[in-house]
Design a protein around this ligand. Structure first.
Ligand SMILES: NC(=O)c1ccc[n+]([C@@H]2O[C@H](COP(=O)([O-])OP(=O)(O)OC[C@H]3O[C@@H](n4cnc5c(N)ncnc54)[C@H](OP(=O)(O)O)[C@@H]3O)[C@@H](O)[C@H]2O)c1
Length: 210
């Protein structure tokens, strides 16, 4: 497949690129600083672009079969619309170029998965640290669910470093009210790639955790 990866310079995005290339997909990575990616692979194309600058997105979306989005940032304590605004531009570019399949990472704890990231996140981390970030993520989800695309929203538990195992839970009941469940970025990438070909969660928002 021809796959466009957004956020490919990030920690999850790098796993997505590596796993897509290993599966023989033709990969395009859209990045603000493509030089951060040092892969030498003829199936990887790097395109400079910023999701907040719609005009910079055009070349990347041409003739793609699917978009995998691992967009994120670290501006936690200020009001932000980077994820929602960026996703709005991604959805528009997909619609413009007739690319239908979008698989996008958000997080457990958002919208109808509220409380599923455990008590510590529910009572402390989300209200005190991630308030604006999660608000923006909730908006990001609604932009995706309101679109006419063939979308899947992937909601990971808390990230931990770790290898791809292929063994994890997924679905709407993932996560826990009291405990904070964990998942590696490598396994999140694995799940997204599986979803690309199996489409078990079309128009759904599965969580993923060990
Ligand atoms: N940490 C957790 O426990 C956890 C749990 C569940 C879900 N998540 C979510 O999972 C997602 C991925 O996390 P991660 O740790 O892999 O993220 P990350 O390492 O921070 O990577 C984020 C990626 O987004 C890119 N990006 C940011 N702004 C951009 C823009 N304007 N245009 C184009 N690209 C832009 C970054 O590019 P640059 O290299 O140019 O900055 C980077 O490639 C995030 O949304 C995160 O909130 C995290």
């Amino acid at each position: 497949m021809k796959i466009l990866i957004i956020g490919g310079t990030g920690k999850t995005g790098r796993h997505l690129i590596k796993q897509c290339l290993k599966k023989g997909h033709q990969v395009t990575a859209l990045a603000r600083k493509p030089d951060k990616l040092k892969y030498d692979d003829q199936n990887l194309q790097l395109i400079k672009g910023d999701v907040l600058k719609p005009e910079s997105l055009e070349p990347a979306f041409k003739q793609q079969d699917a978009v995998l989005c691992a967009l994120g940032h670290k501006r936690f304590f200020v009001k932000t619309n980077i994820l929602s605004e960026g996703t709005k531009n991604i959805v528009r570019a997909m619609e413009h170029h007739g690319v239908r399949r979008l698989i996008c990472i958000t997080a457990l704890g958002i919208n109808d998965s509220k409380y599923r990231l455990g008590l510590y996140y529910t009572l402390f981390t989300i209200p005190l640290i991630l308030y604006f970030y999660f608000k923006d993520k909730a908006h990001q989800e609604s932009i995706i669910t309101d679109s006419n695309l063939d979308w899947t929203i992937v909601r990971p538990a808390q990230f931990i470093p770790g290898r791809k195992t292929g063994r994890y839970k997924h679905g709407s009941k993932t996560g826990h009210f009291i405990l904070t469940k964990l998942i590696s970025r490598a396994d999140v990438a694995h799940f997204m790639l599986q979803e690309l070909t199996q489409e078990r969660y079309l128009h759904q928002k599965p969580g993923i955790s060990y």
